[in-house]
Design a protein. Structure first.
Length: 94
């Protein structure tokens, strides 16, 4: 699984993946048809709200959706694709 090293590296990885056939297929099959460009935009907004040392997301899906100008469902779709790529892990607290 890729490991967060920096925002710059994460942004470069997202941009590199954005135009690939593999991402297009994952967006279709795992992301319920989310456009690869929307996925990339969501990942960059998520990175804006990530802890710079760990990459841990510190904002709600609703906040990310507001910033992105999309619905929380779109953010969930983007996160599903990120999990399938190994770029995100969902941690439950409790």
């Amino acid at each position: 699984m890729p490991r967060w090293t920096s925002r710059k590296a994460y942004d470069a990885l997202v941009q590199a993946l954005a135009g690939t056939e593999g991402l297009r297929v994952l967006c279709r099959d795992v992301g319920s048809g989310i456009a690869p460009s929307t996925w990339a935009a969501a990942m960059l907004v998520i990175a804006e709200h990530a802890d710079t040392a760990t990459g841990e997301l510190r904002a709600s899906q609703e906040r990310i959706a507001d910033r992105l100008g999309r619905s929380p469902r779109t953010v969930r779709r983007a996160l599903a694709v990120a999990r399938a790529l190994g770029l995100a892990v969902e941690v439950y607290r409790g």
